[in-house]
Ligand binder design. Structure first.
Ligand code: CAA
Length: 395
């Protein structure tokens, strides 16, 4: 597929690139070191419409397509992945989930504030003992007639302390397994909601990742998304879209590392010439560029499949699986090209290397993506069946 970007796409890409260079780059190292939440930068992204890019303008959104969103996340991620994950979770897990599966009253109440960035949202699925095994929810939502009583603990929640609205998956009827799970819209200010301390992380250090405890929280039934028992399907469907955002983040990290490594290799001299003139480095850069472009094709393809109304479950898993692997390998190579300078915090590549790791973990680990992909492949959902078998048939 040869992707073609429209004038609108190019404008979004340019706006995100400029914002990242002008507003995110200054201070990104300091925020990372001190784990300082990027309050001002989030406000700037909200002003540019980056927090509700795909939401219908009727709810204060930007009305853009998924490819525009991907282009913005890619550019932001070249510089500051704490900011790009805030954008990604708010857009694709929270706003898109509410817009697609929420009822009109829920959309009217929550979307305008979330899409404009006045409020930030969090997606609360993972638990201390339910990460990849997401059907094993221990958080409970007991049905009390007109409301639920919510109890439980959610772990590693992006935007945990900075969000005003949580989409919380909880088990209502354990006998029904994953078909007894509901998704409830919970406001952070409600009685019984407690936010844990900010996690001290390897990467995306200034983003706000916390545990959230729910203790006898009264949630009105009107805040349940979809029919009774729709919560797990909701989480899976929403994560398929979310994975495109994280794939775009991984792509941005890899592309950023390539750009930094290329510039450095042209400037840095060793053995009498720029290191880019040594084949060992030049070939590394060639491999990196090829892999970044392959990741870009997968990510843009998944976004365009979503925009065209096609099934994108496996395409988003492939995009995330591959782009996150490329982000990891490319940032390691970029550090290697920088040599000793790559190992110190005054150079951006070490931060990108640390940030890359989480793209192989959150919104479904690489192993989870392989579960999704291998199951689809084995069920014959990926490719049309061939007549050819492994065994050679002699005429
Ligand atoms: N759309 C709709 N339904 C889906 C679906 C999809 N994409 N994927 C699965 N389902 C349905 C299945 O059809 C099945 O329903 P039926 O029983 O009716 O057929 C049901 O969900 C259960 O699916 P499985 O039988 O496949 O369940 P499983 O336990 O074997 O495996 C899994 C499921 C793919 C491993 C899933 O649990 C999963 O994706 N786990 C990872 C969870 C995850 O991504 N967590 C990230 C946390 S969020 C986060 O990181 C946010 C953040 O803050 C950054």
């Amino acid at each position: 597929m040869l992707y073609q970007l429209s004038e609108e796409h190019l404008a979004v890409q340019q706006a995100a690139r400029e914002f990242a260079q002008q507003q995110l780059l200054p201070g990104v190292v300091e925020r990372d070191n001190t784990m300082t939440y990027p309050t001002e930068q989030v406000r700037g992204m909200a002003d540019l419409g980056f927090l509700g890019m795909m939401v219908d303008p009727a709810y204060n959104g930007g009305g853009m397509d998924t490819l525009s969103y991907v282009l913005a996340v890619e550019e932001l991620s070249k510089v500051d992945n704490s900011c790009s994950v805030i954008v990604s979770v708010n857009n694709s897990l929270v706003c898109s989930g509410l817009e697609k599966y929420g009822n009109e009253a829920q959309k009217q109440k929550y979307l305008p504030k979330l899409a404009s960035g006045e409020w930030i949202g969090a997606f609360c699925l993972s638990e201390p003992e339910a990460g990849s095994d997401a059907t094993s929810q221990r958080t409970t939502a007991v049905d009390m007639g007109d409301h639920y009583i919510l109890n439980g603990t959610k772990n590693w929640i992006t935007n945990g302390g900075s969000s005003s609205v949580h989409l919380v998956m909880a088990q209502t009827d354990a006998d029904k397994g994953h078909k007894g799970i509901n998704c409830l819209i919970v406001e952070a200010s409600w009685e019984g909601v407690t936010i844990g301390a900010k996690e001290d992380k390897l990467g995306i250090r200034s983003s706000d990742t916390t545990t959230i405890m729910y203790n006898d929280v009264r949630v009105p039934k009107e805040n349940r998304i979809g029919e009774d028992g729709f919560g797990f399907t909701f989480a899976m469907k929403v994560l398929s879209g979310g994975r495109i955002g994280i794939a775009a983040q991984a792509l941005g990290i890899a592309a950023g590392a390539l750009e930094l490594a290329t510039n450095y290799a042209k400037e840095r001299e060793a053995f009498g010439k720029p290191i880019a003139q040594h084949q060992a480095i030049a070939f590394k850069l060639a491999d990196m560029a090829t892999e970044v472009e392959a990741a870009r094709l997968l990510v843009y393809q998944a976004a365009q499949a979503k925009d065209r109304g096609l099934n994108y479950d496996t395409l988003s898993s492939m995009a995330k699986l591959y782009a996150s692997k490329v982000a990891m390998t490319q940032t390691v190579e970029a550090v290697q090209i920088h040599g000793g300078y790559g190992f110190v915090k005054e150079y951006h590549v070490e931060r990108l290397m640390r940030d890359a790791k989480i793209t192989q973990i959150y919104e479904g680990t690489s192993e989870v993506q392989k579960i999704v992909l291998s199951r689809a492949l084995l069920k014959g959902e990926l490719y049309p069946p061939m007549a050819m078998t492994s065994h050679v048939e002699h005429a």
